[in-house]
Design a protein around this ligand. Structure first.
Ligand code: SF4
Length: 661
């Protein structure tokens, strides 16, 4: 593959490009390392008081569309004296060449060495990116252990959902930020700017101390962990008087004040999403007990219909994207979603802009919205997520969907012209039995039967997609035991056989699943403590890279590393994964405050075991999860009664009549 010439772009003084460029013809997809995308920013290095390198620790094709990184990149670069550049995980072929030729981890914007920056911010959506963090730190020439770093090294800062329990990577990061990043990065920037302007008093330690004193930046080195003889944690306490006992999450309350991204990055190489994505609200109060994102992003904060409309218009004009995603954890729950969808659909009718909504809510309203959004004749797929196969397990996980609702909804989709729907479930849920999983097959058969009866056609399909359950910190299931991979795999085999036991119906049902092994390791990393850091390091030293990719993931490598490292601490892989915790156990993340009250979480766990459902506090009285009082706020939902402002049609996106449908 040829590499685009960069001769028209100036090469920064500290750029590694002259050394990197000759290596690129030898690697796969070299274009991912070139930068220069629409939306990319290269600023004057010397004019910047504070310099951030931002990383999504996966390959460019996954990392570039990441909303979190794009938002922070833009927020930071809007400051006149701040510079932010991006870096992604390099594939093993380039890593090998970089090591052989002494090329350090670089940013794609100006190909500057990551070690030259003040802050190296890494956003984790999943814990399986931890080995990629180690590769990047090591390739950058930054000491792997935070304790070995000097004033010449950047502050390695973790963010994203996995930062709500950064203990497994506590040895490798200098700090972690919990929650929303928009305002947090500005506060951190101000602290770094002042410290540098003052001549870096007290060195790195003083800078970290100033960050810790904000009470919203966690600096692991300022906390000691004591263990009980049986391996459980006795306590986590500050080891100096001037840092807080608990670190609190950041929450951006007014999303309308932060309408980012305004200038979305348009990738040069193929990526997993190529669309303008606008987050229509943050937080979720539906209360699905397995869902960490729903719990840690409370309270609900809606972006107004007016701002969404303006963002879509500006984002499309800037990027030229032909697709808009209206994102959130449960988009159909926005209080003005109906007006929003019809307004946007009307606005872009007759253009080649397609609009989509991640569709997980199981009701006919969702199909109405999807119909509205497909006015241009383009139908995006419909995905419904009952998550559990039996009514019983759905009560346990608090997913209030009846089988009748599901069948009625899917049949409505078929009768409205959809030929294919996707149904998403989990396997390995707390209290799950073989029978709960086998109910998925029966449900899928009923869906096809009802669909055929309603449409009179055999040309309808559904895909059953199964993910492995992973208990996550700050959820009611944080105390739950994981199921063993062999049990998961046996249940999935039973399910597959049960789907295919009926030949005619089985042929109309696709079946996709992940086996249980990666979930077990994700479980180790998500609920691990500082001792798990040695396992991550061992796996990385033994070649672990891109653990989120099935072709790179090696279960045996993790099992071997755990067996080598953990016995010295009197614990093992099972202890972290398949063991149920009791109420009084100190959890590794108890000193990190997501706003949720631990007593409420425990009660909700007990309710799960009693199969007792909890309503959504958006529509029913507050049930005291703790978030709103701890942040002195309340959920923010409409309806506001405001309408989408009249927008100017996007120039250049109009297709000739006839090409639209
Ligand atoms: S504190 Fe009450 S209103 Fe706020 S998110 Fe929790 S349950 Fe809902």
């Amino acid at each position: 593959m040829s590499v685009p010439s960069t001769t028209s772009r100036p090469v920064a003084a500290n750029s590694v490009w002259p050394r990197l460029e000759p290596l690129l013809p030898q690697v796969t997809k070299p274009i991912q390392y070139v930068g220069g995308e629409l939306g990319a920013v290269v600023k004057d290095w010397d004019a910047a008081a504070v310099r951030w390198a931002l990383m999504y620790p996966d390959a460019y094709e996954v990392g570039l569309p990441n909303q979190g990184v794009q938002i922070l990149y833009e927020v930071l670069n809007e400051l006149p004296d701040v510079l932010a550049e991006r870096t992604y995980a390099v594939w093993p072929d380039l890593e090998k060449l970089m090591r052989a030729h002494g090329v350090p981890q670089f940013t794609v914007d100006a190909h500057r060495p990551v070690r030259d920056f003040d802050v190296f911010g890494v956003s984790f959506a999943t814990e399986l990116g931890y080995t990629n963090l180690l590769t990047a730190i090591d390739l950058a020439g930054i000491p792997l252990l935070a304790a070995d770093r000097t004033d010449a090294d950047p502050v390695v800062l973790a963010g994203g959902h996995a930062a709500f329990n950064p203990e497994p990577i506590a040895d490798f990061v200098d700090a972690a930020v919990l929650g929303d990043g928009e305002e947090a990065v500005l506060e951190i920037t101000a602290i770094v700017r002042d410290w540098k302007a003052e001549g870096r008093p007290g060195g790195r330690d003083e800078l970290l101390l100033r960050l810790a004193r904000t009470e919203s930046v966690y600096v692991p080195r300022f906390y000691d962990v004591d263990y009980l003889p049986d391996g459980r944690i006795q306590r986590v306490v500050p080891n100096r008087p001037d840092v807080p006992f608990r670190v609190h999450k950041r929450t951006t309350m007014d999303l309308d004040a932060w309408p980012y991204p305004k200038k979305p990055l348009v990738p040069l190489a193929e990526t997993v999403h190529e669309r303008y994505a606008v987050e229509i609200f943050r937080g979720c109060t539906r209360g699905c007990r397995f869902c960490q994102a729903g719990m840690i992003t409370r309270p609900v904060r809606e972006r107004s219909i007016t701002t969404v409309g303006q963002m879509v218009q500006q984002g499309l004009e800037f990027s030229g994207f032909h697709e808009v995603g209206l994102l959130s954890l449960s988009s159909a729950d926005h209080s003005e979603i109906g007006d929003m969808c019809s307004g946007l659909a009307q606005q872009y009718e007759g253009t080649n802009v397609s609009l989509s909504l991640p569709s997980t809510r199981v009701d006919a309203f969702n199909i109405e919205l999807a119909q509205e959004l497909s006015r241009n004749g383009r139908r995006t797929g419909l995905t419904f997520a009952p998550e559990g196969g039996s009514e019983r397990i759905r009560r346990v996980i608090n997913k209030m969907v009846s089988e009748e609702d599901l069948i009625r909804t899917v049949v409505t989709a078929y009768t409205n012209g959809w030929r294919q729907v996707k149904l998403y479930f989990m396997c390995g849920l707390p209290t799950e039995t073989d029978e709960d999983v086998l109910q998925i097959a029966r449900m899928a058969h009923e869906v096809i039967k009802a669909g055929r009866a309603a449409t009179g056609s055999k040309d309808i399909r559904c895909t059953v997609s199964i993910g492995g359950f992973v208990p996550k910190p700050h959820t009611p299931f944080q105390w739950a035991a994981m199921e063993r991979p062999e049990v998961i795999d046996r249940r999935l085999k039973l399910l597959k056989d049960a789907i295919n036991a009926h030949r005619s119906l089985g042929r109309a049902i696709g079946f996709r699943y992940h086996d249980g092994e990666p979930s077990l390791i994700e479980g180790l990393l998500s609920r691990g403590d500082r001792r798990v850091g040695a396992v991550i390091r061992k796996v990385w030293e033994n070649g672990g890279r891109f653990d989120g990719w099935s072709e790179h993931f090696s279960f045996q490598r993790w099992v071997d590393a755990a067996a080598e490292v953990l016995p010295a601490y009197g614990v093992d892989l099972d202890w972290y994964t398949t063991r149920e915790r009791d109420e009084l156990e100190v959890l590794p993340w108890d000193h990190l405050d997501s706003g949720l009250d631990k007593d409420w979480l425990w009660q909700d766990w007990q309710d799960a075991l009693s199969e007792y459902e909890q309503d959504d506090c958006r529509w029913t009285p507050c049930f005291d999860c703790g978030v709103c009082p701890s942040m002195d706020t309340e959920i923010q939902i409409g309806p506001t009664g405001r309408k989408l402002l009249p927008l100017t049609p996007v120039k250049g996106l109009k297709l000739p009549t006839g090409a639209q449908r």
